[in-house]
Design a protein around this ligand. Structure first.
Ligand code: HEC
Ligand code: HEC
Length: 274
């Protein structure tokens, strides 16, 4: 009898202790873990990771990658801060999700395949050969940004743990006309009234932009990305505003994607060239 009376308060105290201390301990553990590795790997690997970072930053100008790019964009135009922004199509932790199932290709793809898909679609360019320096360096850079992440291959889609969350509002609710006005107020200063870009921001439609096979050419994807990415210093669009603007931006012409026009000659699909 006496023992029972003792157990109740002890259990109670234990519960209070667990509830108050455990979550706190867990959260400090998460915040202490650096998201971006503190140092490049030593030796030649570090050099390749640095090269990958440069290619992500200057894709359409860099002498190694520009031959594979068909517009005025760089990977960092959408994967903000070279993919280190935790929200805007982040590269942090991405390598841990691959190989992953790709519903579009109906097969399992590697991280390298995924990188090359963005060249063909978002960069409106030609697929760099598998195993080429460009492809290996960018893949090495993204893998380095995933240091310490637990491998959890994605069996549903080729997306990493921090992928852009879908909006809860349906894309069909978008209204282009409202989007036009919002674009003028919030976007045109940097991207130009004609969408062709300015020195402050890259093109968002027309020949120098992403093609209609790119993720962002879909209004649901573009609105979700805008919500967490634009305007760069002030990402405060409501879901409805992001949808309206996405519908307006994507109502303009952009290059049409035909897969075979973005593949290199068969003998250049994969190389051993360095
Ligand atoms: C026009 C915008 C745009 C450009 C330019 C672009 N991407 Fe992407 N990329 C996207 C979007 C949008 C996604 C989907 C991201 C999401 O849903 O979180 C994506 C996804 C990816 C993924 C998969 C991410 C994951 O979470 O698994 C990789 C890897 C990737 N891109 C690499 C690149 C590389 C490398 C380049 C440059 C050669 C590039 N991208 C250029 C828009 C772009
Ligand atoms: C202060 C200038 C600025 C404003 C305002 C701004 N952007 Fe951007 N935007 C940029 C820059 C700069 C980038 C490229 C990111 C980088 O290189 O760091 C970018 C990238 C983009 C991209 C991906 C690359 C491309 O060109 O397709 C889209 C789409 C985009 N912005 C749309 C918008 C929309 C829509 C708005 C209005 C809601 C907006 N931006 C407001 C500067 C701006």
């Amino acid at each position: 009898m006496q023992r029972r009376w003792l157990t109740v308060p002890v259990l109670g105290l234990l519960t209070v202790f667990l509830l108050t201390t455990l979550p706190a301990e867990q959260s400090t553990e998460v915040t202490q873990k650096p998201l971006i590795p503190e140092a490049y790997p030593p030796g030649e690997l570090g050099e390749i990771v640095k090269l990958g970072q440069e290619l992500v930053a200057r894709t359409h100008e860099h002498p190694l990658s520009k031959q594979y790019v068909g517009n005025a964009l760089d990977c960092t135009s959408c994967h903000l801060k070279n993919g280190t922004d935790a929200r805007a199509a982040s590269f942090l932790g991405v390598a841990a999700a691959y190989p992953a199932w790709s519903p579009r290709e109906k097969r399992v793809i590697t991280l390298e395949d995924r990188v090359l898909n963005c060249f063909m679609r978002s960069q409106n360019g030609i697929r760099p050969p598998l195993g080429s320096k460009v492809s290996v360096a960018i893949t090495a850079y993204i893998t380095w940004l995933s240091s310490g992440s637990e491998i959890r291959m994605n069996h549903q889609k080729p997306l990493g743990p921090r992928h852009v969350p879908s909006l809860s509002r349906k894309a069909e609710l978008a209204e282009e006309k409202r989007g036009a006005k919002l674009y003028e107020d919030r976007c045109a200063d940097c991207h130009g009234a004609s969408g062709a870009g300015t020195t402050e921001g890259p093109p968002v439609w027309g020949k120098q932009s992403y093609n209609d096979g790119a993720g962002l050419s879909r209004n649901d994807k573009l609105s979700a990305w805008l919500k967490v990415s634009m305007p760069p210093d002030d990402t405060d669009l409501t879901e409805q505003e992001a949808l309206d603007i996405a519908a307006y931006v994507n109502s303009h012409p952009r290059p049409h994607f035909i897969l075979k026009e973005h593949l290199p000659p068969a003998e250049r699909l994969g190389v051993y060239d360095w």
